[in-house]
Design a protein around this ligand. Structure first.
Ligand code: FMN
Length: 496
């Protein structure tokens, strides 16, 4: 679907009854984030447009904040142009198709994002109503659902990623820059050249921007090409003012700048309420964007999001992740040649930390092949710590079914639980000891990954007494018995 810009997306949401506009005054300091937390609910709340933010009246450079565009599956479906009732598996299949597609962007000379250009002393990030989302956050986080554009200096490939960043001074954004992320790969190449890395943070465009920017696509892929495939039309890009990068011409706000590897330029950042549900990325000196320009539309709308997921407290990242991480894993499995995959699911509450694969087994060791393929891919950085594999009769969206398979198809003495220690992991996961989460020293976190193979064990011999199956029959009634009893149900005296 082509929406044109953030405003086109907001209009569409309004028409579809998916938007709540908040016109009473709301404080950027903790109140806005708490409203978002309550409104996001269990993943069933509306998108939110805050029109009246304390201290940012009509005369302010920016007076509106939009959040929650993708905090409900119905709106992820709308982004894909699917019916709002589409199932999670249908959304995952749509994302798989988009990720496999490429539509090259189109470079244009000008666009609304150039309506206002600020450089030098005119730059002041706090002229924007940047929320302090949680009381314990280390500051006001401006980069929460932006797309940060960087370039591979060897190939010119433009990467777009969501990487958190806090307002430091009026022209600085200390950020979480991990070497195992794609902008981290780009950064290493700029450092090798002894040059600062140019960046451009795009805040507010069509929903495919944050969706693709938060997707761990392979390092050689430009998210702009995948956005083109997702929306079915090229993304129109304009050149930045002070960095050699390109950004969507109709974006709301673009922040341009450079990041140095000199520790003297690092500023304090963190902690931040994170996707794990805990505060993470503790306060410490971090790589810092030195802002060289801000360009924006007239009356810009700031795009941001409330991070942090807990059971029954879902948000944009968790809803998006459950689609993105399942789709990417499925594509990885297909590319690696693992046969028989019938469904893949990431429960929203853990943002893709747990991956559930449903497969039709054809030979022994297939579940292990699947887990190794997943863990060998760059998509598994920060995610897929625990991989479950189940047979086709287990509904991956039904935790009771998974629990039953875990109870009776898993036997640790039969190699059904496999540990892979010492892998890259998430530096935000508090189950990893604090010193091992130090990314300035190690580049990333550290995990022992676990496979739970909850499929029927193919090492068991088919048994004649089980009609040639490896497991006995279940207690599910035979269809002829079930049909008979269903027909006679009322005769037995039952009402329904
Ligand atoms: C709300 C939100 C915040 C995120 N914050 C960070 C972050 O601070 N650092 C990071 O490396 N990844 C963060 N991510 C995850 C990345 O966006 C994701 O891993 C993505 O694949 C990065 O792009 P890349 O694969 O091109 O590096 C965040 C994602 C979301 C949705």
């Amino acid at each position: 679907m082509v929406f044109g810009d953030l405003r086109g997306w907001i209009d569409h949401l309004r028409k579809e009854g998916e938007l709540q506009e908040i016109d009473v005054e709301v404080d950027w300091n903790c109140e806005l984030g708490t409203v978002a937390r309550k409104a996001f609910g269990t993943g069933n709340g509306p998108a939110l447009l805050f029109n009246n933010i304390k201290g940012y009246g009509e005369k302010a450079r920016c007076s509106r904040v939009f959040t929650g565009g993708l905090s409900r599956y119905s709106r992820v479906a709308m982004m894909f142009g699917l019916p709002k009732s589409a199932s999670i598996t249908e959304l995952v299949k749509a994302a798989r198709t988009a990720y496999a597609g490429r539509v090259a962007p189109k470079i244009v000379d000008d666009g609304p994002v150039k309506e206002v250009v600020l450089t030098g002393d005119a730059i002041d990030l706090l002229e924007f109503p940047v929320p302090k989302w949680h009381r314990e956050d280390g500051g006001r986080y401006i980069n929460t659902l932006q797309g940060t554009v960087t370039m591979d200096p060897d190939t010119g490939r433009l990467n777009v990623g969501v990487y958190r960043g806090m307002v430091g001074q009026k022209n600085t954004i200390p950020s979480l820059l991990w070497r195992a992320q794609n902008w981290g790969g780009d950064f290493a190449k700029w450092v090798d050249r002894d040059q600062d890395m140019p960046v451009a943070c795009v805040l507010g465009w069509e929903p495919c921007l944050p969706f693709c920017a938060a997707s761990p696509l392979p390092p050689d892929v430009s998210e702009f090409e995948v956005m083109g495939a997702l929306r079915g039309a090229p993304v129109e890009l304009v050149r930045c003012e002070t960095v050699p990068l390109l950004v969507p011409a109709s974006a709301e706000v673009v922040i341009e700048g450079y990041i140095s590897n000199d520790p003297k330029t690092f500023e304090m950042e963190g902690p931040f309420g994170e996707y794990t549900g805990y505060f993470g990325g503790d306060q410490g000196p971090k790589h810092t964007i030195r802002v060289t320009a801000i360009t924006h539309r007239k009356r810009p709308i700031l795009r941001g999001t409330l991070e942090g997921t807990l059971p029954k407290m879902l948000n944009e990242n968790s809803i998006m992740s459950s689609v993105q991480r399942a789709a990417l894993a499925w594509n990885v499995l297909e590319r690696a040649g693992v046969p028989g995959i019938t469904d893949v699911h990431c429960p929203a509450a853990n943002n893709g930390t747990t991956l559930i694969i449903q497969m039709r087994q054809r030979y022994r060791g297939q579940a292990k092949q699947a887990a190794m393929a997943i863990w060998g891919s760059s998509a598994s950085h920060l995610r897929y710590k625990h991989v479950w594999v189940v047979d086709e009769d287990i509904d991956v969206h039904d935790y009771a079914a998974l629990d039953w398979a875990f109870a009776y198809r898993v036997n640790a003495a039969e190699d059904d639980i496999i540990f892979v220690p010492g892998t890259f992991g998430s530096a935000l996961d508090p189950s990893t000891r604090l010193p091992l989460r130090d990314t300035l020293t190690y580049g990333t976190g550290k995990w022992c990954r676990v496979l739970i193979d909850a499929t029927v064990n193919m090492d068991f011999a088919p048994e004649a007494q089980y009609d040639g199956n490896r497991y006995p029959p279940t207690v599910k009634p035979h269809p002829q018995d079930w049909d008979l009893v269903t027909r006679r149900w009322k005769e037995y005296g039952f009402k329904d």
